[in-house]
Write a protein that binds this ligand. Structure first.
Ligand code: DX5
Ligand code: ZN
Length: 227
């Protein structure tokens, strides 16, 4: 079944515990950490992740859009994140970092900006629990989905199948009712949605709808059948 991860970037930061409650039934809560260096925006850090982990039962999926993840990512595991995603463009030693995240007890995930190809990282895939293919330039919510990322999603799914890996494929950016089906057909199985969830009248209902669209689209997809 498709997993839907609402992004709290589109939530009210003064009411994060309530905003987590508003998407009860979601698989993960997506937490965008930005440092105003790796991306031109600033959000939140370790203390807020620590508090949020205590305030909700939904596991936290931390997406680190920061410089020097080698230094900082392990602290997000200690803060209570169940999954930690670092950007490979920023990591000095991605294999060592993925191993450290796993050793500390979280799922390890690697993100690629739109301009970063997957092919150079084929040999790293067994070290990971998830790959995140960005479908917008990281930094801001509410941007338009980049269709030209669909072939990269497909190629990543082909590599996962080729190596017979239990690897989740996440997409993030512009994922909504009009775009989620194409992502699912191409091979994504974990979907981050910010404005499409928190911009809706009923966020929990928006999550259920998105999951329905994704499940329907992936049911007959080449990659799901082969699985
Ligand atoms: C963008 C963030 C996304 C953002 C997605 O840099 O990584 O997680 O919240 O927002 P939407 O779904 O509105 O594109
Ligand atoms: Zn994100």
């Amino acid at each position: 079944m498709a997993q839907i991860n609402p992004s709290i970037l589109s939530a009210d930061f003064a009411r994060l515990a309530d905003e987590a409650e508003a998407v009860r039934g979601s698989d993960w809560l997506h937490v965008d950490v930005m440092d105003n260096h790796f991306v031109p925006n600033l959000t939140l850090g370790v203390p807020i992740v620590e508090s949020l982990a205590r305030a909700t039962d939904i596991p936290l999926d931390c997406h680190l859009m920061i410089e020097d993840p080698d230094r900082w990512a392990p602290q997000y595991v200690e803060a209570g994140a169940g999954s930690v995603t670092f950007h490979v463009e920023a990591a000095a030693a991605p294999v060592r970092l993925a191993r450290e995240i796993r050793a500390k007890g979280a799922r390890a995930s690697m993100a690629l900006k739109p301009g970063t190809p997957i092919e150079p990282y084929e040999d790293l895939l067994p070290e990971l629990d998830m790959v995140l293919i960005m479908t917008v330039e990281p930094g801001f919510g509410g941007q338009a989905f980049l269709d030209i990322m669909l072939p990269k999603i497909r190629r990543t799914r082909e590599l996962i199948a080729k190596h017979d890996l239990e690897l989740w494929l996440q997409v993030d950016g512009g994922v909504a009712a009009g775009t989620i089906e194409r992502c699912a057909e191409a091979g994504a199985d974990v979907f981050v949605a910010g404005s499409a969830v928190y911009g809706a009248e009923d966020p929990a209902e928006a999550v259920r709808k998105l999951r329905g669209f994704a499940d329907k689209a992936s049911a007959d997809a080449w990659w799901a059948c082969a699985h």
